[in-house]
Design a protein around this ligand. Structure first.
Ligand code: PEP
Ligand code: MN
Length: 362
């Protein structure tokens, strides 16, 4: 099968669902029946080898589950996919008749492992989905795709599953939407699927994350479903039944990225106003940076260091405390002020150490 064509052909969102892990033959068959009956799933997922963070968790049922998955898929006439992490997994999955493979976030981080999988797949036509690496590194994610394309393996799809952070206040994995957006700008032809289950880590957030992915024009969703989520052997908090998945899909609002001619003028008006405002913002930023250079010259003359930590702390705190008044989120204000500060330091370094002018990497 050709997965890219299937995704393109189908109405958005292309839906992938199935359990986090295959647990028993009965569980795999029952969830596949429910999925086929109640949802418009196009591809069924189930993990056979599970890369768990801690060794005492369930690490997957292993090879025996491949047959359950393939047979259950056939019984409902749907293709199936599983995660592979090395050449041995590739061989077993292909021999068992798995239709699509996916590479997990803990494998994408490792170019040796990715290359081993590429070498094992060379010459085949099997579609591969590549999840983002656990760390927010766009190049590493793109690099995995480049390894496949260099081996003439081109039926590739990306899965955005969020990025690992220590104690995120809301998500299991921070979505950092700017990274899949940048990915799409680099590799336009690759379909982008969102994995709200692993971003959320919690079933209550699934609709919110799925809606955001749709509003960002993602091609599809991969959502973990289980006949009895509370009793699931892995990722129990984030799984839902196929019936709940059906409700979630009904609640999703699908918007189009194509602007009808009749709406174009009005949208154009808004855009022009925004461009004018952005022009003003950039003019102000440019004046602001010239002032930073004057400060740099002043500091050079008086032998004062560029970074004045206490001062900067106060500036950030004061901006954060008024974020709400300006209708801005604290996250944005912090990121914006940090980038402003970095750029200001760059300008100060330029005048402070003219010989290092070319070094732009602070
Ligand atoms: C999974 O899909 O079950 C999984 C292990 O995902 P990830 O690689 O995103 O952690
Ligand atoms: Mn999972």
């Amino acid at each position: 099968m050709n997965l890219q064509n299937l995704i393109k052909k189908q109405n958005r969102p292309f839906l992938i669902s199935g359990p986090c892990s295959a647990e028993t033959e009965k569980q795999v068959f029952s969830v596949c029946q429910d999925i086929a009956k109640n949802t418009n799933t196009s591809l069924i997922r189930a993990g056979i080898w599970k890369p768990r963070t801690r060794p005492d968790s369930f690490e997957g049922i292993g090879e025996i589950g491949l047959k359950w998955l393939v047979d259950a898929g056939k019984s409902v006439n749907l293709p199936v996919t599983t995660e592979i992490a090395n050449a041995k997994h590739v061989e077993s999955a292909i021999n068992a008749g798995v239709d699509v493979l996916w590479i997990g976030a803990r494998t994408t981080v490792n170019p040796f492992a990715v290359q081993e999988i590429v070498d094992a797949l060379k010459g085949t036509k099997i579609p591969v989905m590549i999840k983002n690496p656990i760390n927010p590194d766009l190049s590493l994610w793109l690099g995995a795709f480049e390894r496949f394309m260099k081996a003439d393996l081109n039926d590739l799809t990306a899965i955005h599953r969020g990025f690992s952070v220590y104690k995120h206040p809301k998500y299991r994995n921070a979505p950092s939407w700017e990274i899949p957006i940048a990915f799409k700008q680099n590799l336009k032809e690759i379909p982008m699927i969102c994995d709200p289950s692993h971003i959320s880590g919690n079933r209550n957030l699934l609709l919110e994350v799925s809606q955001k992915a749709m509003d960002l024009n993602f091609d599809g969703l991969i959502i973990e479903t289980h006949p009895n989520p509370e009793r699931a052997w892995s990722d129990s908090e984030q799984q839902i039944t196929p019936m709940i998945l059906k409700e979630l899909m009904n609640d999703l609002i699908l918007r189009t990225s194509i602007v009808e001619a009749s709406l174009n003028d009005e949208l154009q008006d808004f855009r022009e106003k925004i461009t004018l405002l952005d022009d003003r913002l950039f003019e102000i930023l440019s004046i602001r940076m010239k002032l930073s250079e004057e400060v740099g010259i002043f500091k050079r003359k008086n032998n004062i260091t560029i970074l004045q930590e206490e001062h900067w702390k106060k500036v950030i705190e004061s901006r954060l405390s008024t974020a709400d008044d300006f209708y801005l989120t604290e996250i944005f204000v912090r990121k914006f002020m940090d980038s402003l500060h970095q750029e200001s330091i760059r300008h100060q370094i330029k005048v402070m150490n003219p010989d290092l002018k070319k070094s732009n990497d602070l």
